[in-house]
Design a protein around this ligand. Structure first.
Ligand code: KG4
Ligand code: ZN
Length: 345
């Protein structure tokens, strides 16, 4: 089954084709993908402007589809089904991909399905070689969400913990802004942190001893105060690198400790990390080291499949379509959508 995946929930237009007949030792089914990032468009405003995002998705969807088909040496009529992001996300942006995907599927007389963006992230690491088997604990860390989930199967998700305020990625983005670094903050903080000392400054590890929920808004205030105290926004490059490294270490340390706790609580031995922040090298290295101590393993996707992309939507679509699920003709996108409401496969 060849599934076209469309991701337009925020500021990336991502399209990909997943072909279940191409799963072999060299290719895990992903036969092609294209991604257009709107980062430059929004940079001027310091964050994503929803109306501009929607308009830019509309502008890019057709040329990107043509580019993808050319890359895959395929014609439209060879597509068997279409999966699009139905939520959560910016409503206008979601509508562009959903209406485009639904209409194209209608024109081609093939099934279409609306996918939960975070389920796309959660399942993305399963596209790789030697995918982890269910059940596992999933740490979903993106710009909008921080979730710890016990995943018993596709669509069988139990929320173990979540952020009560800012998401981990959002915290990276805000700290970066305070340091005068451009959006998205995560990769820029990680780069600056390479030259810094993670133990230079003591930053809080919020809610460490309170269940599996997270809180990152205090961390933001702590970074703000640290920058003020050290003149870190425009001072010595070493001080800036030390602030970035100490901040990154504090966030990562908090995430790692909660993951270890979640694995013990769920009595599971596999952790799958996904979402933009899961591309963070320090997080991966610390999880590898800490999980080895409790005989657990950590699994993740290549960096390009951690941040938003069309491949994860195509793959999640395939998992549901092969089980006979699909959506009818009406398109209803949802800006907020609890993962526990998803049907099991
Ligand atoms: O999953 P994603 O691409 O979009 C959402 O669904 O939100 O995640 C984007 C988030 C941004 O906050 C970005 O700063 C963060 O992921 N991010 C990172 C890294 N790469 C992206 N955070 C830390 N380290 C990274 N290497
Ligand atoms: Zn995302």
């Amino acid at each position: 089954m060849k599934v076209l995946g469309l991701e337009t929930s925020c500021d990336e237009t991502g399209l990909a084709i997943f072909d279940s007949e191409q799963i072999n030792s060299d290719n895990q089914g992903l036969v092609g993908q294209v991604l257009y990032s709107q980062i430059e468009l929004h940079a001027l405003y310091g964050g994503v402007v929803p109306e501009l995002a929607s308009r830019d998705h509309i502008r890019k969807l057709v040329p990107l589809l043509n580019e993808l088909l050319e890359q895959c040496n395929m014609k439209k009529i060879e597509i068997d089904a279409i999966a699009y992001t139905k939520g959560p996300g910016l409503i206008g942006a979601l509508m562009t991909g959903a209406l485009f995907g639904r209409s194209l599927a209608y024109g081609l007389d093939i099934p279409a399905i609306g996918i939960h963006h975070m389920e796309g992230h959660l399942l993305a690491p399963l596209m790789g070689a030697n995918p982890p088997a269910f059940p596992f604990v999933s740490l979903l860390v993106s710009g909008g969400h921080t979730l710890l989930i016990a995943a018993h199967g596709v669509g069988q998700y139990e929320i173990l913990g979540e952020s009560i305020d800012d998401a981990a990625g959002e915290c990276f983005d805000k700290a970066a802004k305070m340091l005068g670094l451009p959006y998205p903050g995560g990769p820029n903080i990680a780069k600056l942190a390479e030259a810094g000392n993670p133990d230079a400054y003591a930053l809080p590890r919020p809610m460490l001893h309170r269940g599996l929920d997270f809180s990152f808004s205090g961390m933001k205030t702590a970074v703000h105060n640290l920058i003020k105290d050290t003149d870190g926004s425009d001072s010595d490059p070493q001080i800036r690198a030390d602030i970035a490294a100490s901040f990154q270490h504090a966030v990562v340390d908090t995430l790692v400790k909660k993951c270890v706790k979640a694995l013990k609580q769920a009595d599971m031995s596999r952790l799958v990390i996904a979402g933009g922040v899961s591309a963070n090298t320090h997080l991966r290295e610390m999880l590898e080291a800490e999980l080895a101590k409790i005989n657990a393993t950590v699994h993740y996707a290549p960096p390009a499949l951690c941040t938003d992309n069309g491949a994860m939507i195509a793959y999640a679509g395939f998992e549901r379509l092969q089980a006979g699920q699909s959506d009818d003709l009406d398109v209803s996108c949802v800006p907020r959508w609890p993962m526990t409401e998803l049907p099991a496969v």
